[in-house]
Ligand binder design. Structure first.
Ligand SMILES: Cc1cc2nc3c(=O)[nH]c(=O)nc-3n(C[C@H](O)[C@H](O)[C@H](O)COP(=O)(O)O)c2cc1C
Length: 222
């Protein structure tokens, strides 16, 4: 019977792979070129929306943001929460904040890899009683099951549409957003919080769709 243990078997393989890697890196350096794939990899953006109105104001902002980001080469994954199956977190703690999968096998399992493996998360919402819509908040609460994986440097953007235009219309939403971003260790890259935008038509006659487009262009590259 062999006296080799598992680590003896694995080490030579690792050594060969490492040597190959060093050889190819040396070849790249000798040729004086940068690894092209790494330099030109598109920015991965995951967009999560919270409106039920496909022809609504926050979708208009979202569409314009995506148009701008795509123009500069970003790779977009979009999750329209209102049209997906997302169960409310029940706080059972089975997930242990990211050590086990959530007990609810719903469409969050489609979204989660795109949240974990992205450079920038866009949160898009209609303003509902001064906060995120319930549809988006369901998704945010389900971050809990992948909390440890999401808790790392990532960029973020807030898009929102509201009927009113008081100077305090967005105080609570922005405060919540800022606190979430701070806790997650993310970096806020910009916000378009549209006032006088109760409907798509209202929003269309404001400067906010253009701002969303410009923001998409600005943050759509690495
Ligand atoms: C349940 C509910 C709550 C709302 N709360 C607010 C609010 O607190 N402040 C505000 O300005 N508009 C409020 N609105 C209006 C929406 O924010 C506004 O119509 C928004 O444009 C809808 O975005 P959407 O077209 O993308 O769905 C509320 C609308 C609903 C249905």
């Amino acid at each position: 019977m062999s006296t080799q243990n598992v680590s003896d078997l694995v080490h030579p393989i690792r050594f060969v792979e490492r040597r190959k890697l060093l050889q190819s890196a040396a070849a790249v350096a000798a040729a004086g070129v940068l690894p092209v794939a790494a330099a030109s990899a598109p920015k991965k953006i995951t967009v999560v929306t919270g409106s039920t109105h496909r022809r609504g104001a926050s979708f208009l902002l979202t569409d314009e943001f995506i148009r701008g980001a795509k123009e500069v080469g970003a790779e977009i994954y979009r999750f329209d929460a209102a049209f997906k199956r997302v169960t409310a977190c029940s706080g059972c703690d089975h997930c242990g904040l990211g050590s086990s999968p959530c007990v609810y096998r719903d469409d969050m399992f489609e979204l989660n890899p795109h949240l974990i493996d992205c450079d920038l998360v866009v949160l898009s919402t209609p303003l509902y009683y001064f906060g995120f819509s319930a549809q988006l908040k369901l998704v945010i609460d389900r971050f809990y099951a992948i909390n440890s994986q999401l808790h790392s440097p990532r960029q973020t953007v807030l898009l929102a549409a509201a009927w009113n235009n008081n100077d305090w219309t967005y105080t609570a939403l922005e405060s919540h957003y800022e606190t979430l971003v701070r806790y997650m260790g993310w970096t806020d890259m910009g916000r378009v919080v549209a006032t006088d935008s109760g409907t798509r038509g209202m929003c269309e006659s404001t400067e906010f769709p253009q701002m969303a487009y410009e923001l998409g262009k600005k943050v759509g590259t690495r």
